[in-house]
Design a protein around this ligand. Sequence first.
Ligand code: HEC
Ligand code: HEC
Length: 292
Amino acid sequence: MLSPIDFVRLRLAARACGRHRPAGRCPAGRAFGSAGPSPRSLPGALALAVVFTVSLGGCALIAAMKGPPAAPPVLDPDLVQRGAILFNDPALSGDASRACATCHPGGGTDWKVYRDGTPESPGLESGWRTMTLRGAWQTAPYLWDNTATDISGAVQRMLAIEMRGGKLEGREREALEQYVLSVPAFDRGRTEPDGTPIEPVTLSARRGFAIAQENCFGCHKPPAYVRLLRYDVGTGGSFAVPTLRGTIPGGPYGHDGRWPDLESAIRSIIAHEQTPLSDEEIANLIEYLWLL
Ligand code: HEC
Ligand code: HEC
C-alpha cells in the first residue's frame, strides 16, 4: 500500500509528466495534476486514492500500486525463438543500420546515450540512456518517463525512433515482444529475493545491505529493485526507477547518462533525498550493489 508521502510524490511526478514527451502521451499525468488537495492525513490519502482510481480507469497506475508481477508471463517458445532472431536483425530498422541488439546487447544495455536514435554525449538534455531489457517482464510501464504502458508501446516507440522507422506487424511483432518479455532479470545469485546477501559475503557488503534497506529499497525494491512509479530525485523531472541489478560494471548512470560513475549517482541522489551517508557507507553500498 502507498503511504501519504507516496501520494504527494505521485502528484509531483504526474505534474512533471509530458515535460519530456509531447503532451497527449500522458493522459494519466494530466488526470493527476488536476487532482484535489494534498493528502495530509490517511483518510485524505484514501479519498485521493478513490479519486485517482476512478479518474484513471484501467491505467497502469493501478498495476504500479500493486508492484511488479510475481511470476514471469507464459510465453510461446516458438514465438520467443523467432523473436530472438528478429531482435538481432538489422533489417528491422528503417535504414538497416542497426538491430535492437546493437543498443541492447544480450538483451541488456550498451550504456550509451541517444537522441532520436543518434549517439549523444552523456548528460545533455533530451538524451536518453539505453535501458536494460533484462527482467523487462517486471518493469512496465516502460521508458524513462514511463509513457509506454505495455511492451507493445515500448517496442512501437523503439521501431519508430531508435530503429529509424522500422516496421514490424502481426505475428512477427508479437514474436519480438515475447522475446523481450522472455529475457531473464540479471542475477548473480548472491542475494535472496528480499535482497538479503547470501553468505559468505564481506562485512562491508552486509553493511551496505542494511544501508540500502534503510535508504534505497523504498524506491529500488527487491527482487526487481524498482518501483513502477516515477520519482523526482533532482535530475530535472520525474523518471522511472531503474533496476539496480547488473548496474556494475556499467555507466554512465541516470536517464541522460549525467553521472559518470556509481559514486556520483549515489552522492547526487542522497543529497537530494537529504540522507547523509559517510564515504565509508557509500563504499559499503557499492559493495552491496556488486552482489546484484
Ligand atoms: C539506438 C539505440 C536503440 C535501439 C536500436 C533500440 N533501443 Fe530500446 N532503448 C534505447 C533507449 C535509449 C531506451 C530508453 C528510451 C526512453 O526512455 O525514451 C530504450 C528503451 C527500451 C525499452 C524500455 C525498457 C524499460 O524497462 O522501460 C524497451 C522494451 C526497448 N528499448 C526495446 C527495444 C527493442 C525491442 C528494440 C528493437 C526493435 C530496441 N529497443 C532498439 C535504445 C535503443
Ligand atoms: C525517491 C526514490 C529513490 C530513492 C530513495 C533512491 N533512488 Fe536511486 N533512482 C531513483 C530514480 C527515479 C532514478 C533515475 C533518475 C534519473 O535517471 O534521472 C534512480 C537512479 C539510480 C541509479 C542509476 C541507475 C542507472 O541505471 O542509471 C543508481 C545507481 C541508484 N539510483 C542507486 C540508488 C541508491 C544506492 C539509493 C540509496 C542510497 C537510491 N538509489 C535511492 C529513485 C530513487
